[in-house]
Write a protein that binds this ligand. Sequence first.
Ligand code: NDP
Ligand code: MG
Length: 399
Amino acid sequence: MKQSVCILGATGSIGQSTLKVLEKNSNKYSIFAVTAYSRMHDLVDICKKFLPKIAVVPEEKKDELYQLLKLNRLETIEILTDEDGLTTVASHNDVDVVMAAIVGAAGLIPTLAAVKAGKRVLLANKEALVMSGDIMMQEAKKNSALLLPVDSEHNAIFQCLPENYMSVENNNNEPKLGISRVLLTASGGPFLNTPLAELATVTPSQACKHPNWSMGQKVSIDSATLMNKGLELIEACHLFAISERFVTVVVHPQSIIHSMVQYIDGSTIAQMGNPDMCTPIAHALAWPKRIDAGVSALDLFVNNKLDFQAPDTKKFPALRLARESMQAGGLAPAILNAANEIAVDAFLKDKISFTNISNVVEETLNSLENAQANSLEVILDTDQCARNIAQTYVTKMGK
Ligand code: NDP
Ligand code: MG
């Protein structure tokens, strides 16, 4: 029997890489549903090639999509809309695997729906976990969902951990099973060697040019500020039930080692590979088996240099803010994430400078009381409140 897959965010960078891996393994997987937000032509191309049963788009795009599908004699594909449509496909009885690859907070409700429905959930949408870590992990456990990391670093960590790691309880977030530390690698982004004084004037197109990975705009900017690593630090703490004290960020500009786990006997285990998201996607799709990802093997005679350095949190304060948010716990990570989404959007629209992205985040964190993140309603209210406050700082700091 083929596994039936739903791709949330099929038109994005992760969505397209997922389609590539699925196409290579079409004897094992079929595509049940795909979702998109703005790129209707890309969605129709996907529908032509993969013939899903359902496509989900915003209500205001429904007519456009219907006309495009009709032109291609594909009007039998059912169109669902908005958050209801997303949660319907994410939790559908006919779906085995959900790729959670919507960008940002918009992915939270559908990803949680997939987790609550006990699916195999391939998690790319790190923002959803940053916002609701405790709830997401509790729901995964309660509903026997298999939450597998697609983010390359977390997928690497998962590969370096003992096989029974996820099923062994520890209630205090101390390392377990002989693990002493997790080393989360970071490329350092496009401004690793740019002097601090020049960062205030860098442009969105410079910031989007990642040295090793080709990604969506938001995660590219997050990589340039190092907020991506901050969000990943929080993601790692939740996924692997480990305190941030035991997670060290290591800048490794070549992006060949995707992360490491250290053990009490002095061993350091690393996962290596060419920087291509098809590898972690294929791993998460097939785990514990392995499938062809279409990625060439690493040539160590070519990639023969591995450098490491500590991150500069003076130059990249976003990483410090994320660590402090994780230390504070409660709603702080959700506030951090919401403010960052607003600030990144403002930077992309040329409304604020690059260095003001983390200033907006810091001011927003300082403006809101922290509290327990004990319900989804509280998290979503706080997300909205943080967005409103961040917007006022965007206006204040605006160009
Ligand atoms: P993209 O911007 O390339 O794609 C985002 C996807 O989400 C698109 O399909 C987009 O639709 C859809 N989308 C955007 N906004 C909404 C919304 N409000 N409601 C519903 N759908 C929406 O992002 P990436 O693929 O790069 O990233 C996706 C997630 O994966 C992010 O959380 C990112 O951090 C994470 N990730 C990405 C990596 C990468 O290499 N790209 C690596 C590791 C993690 P449309 O295109 O039609 O507008
Ligand atoms: Mg990553």
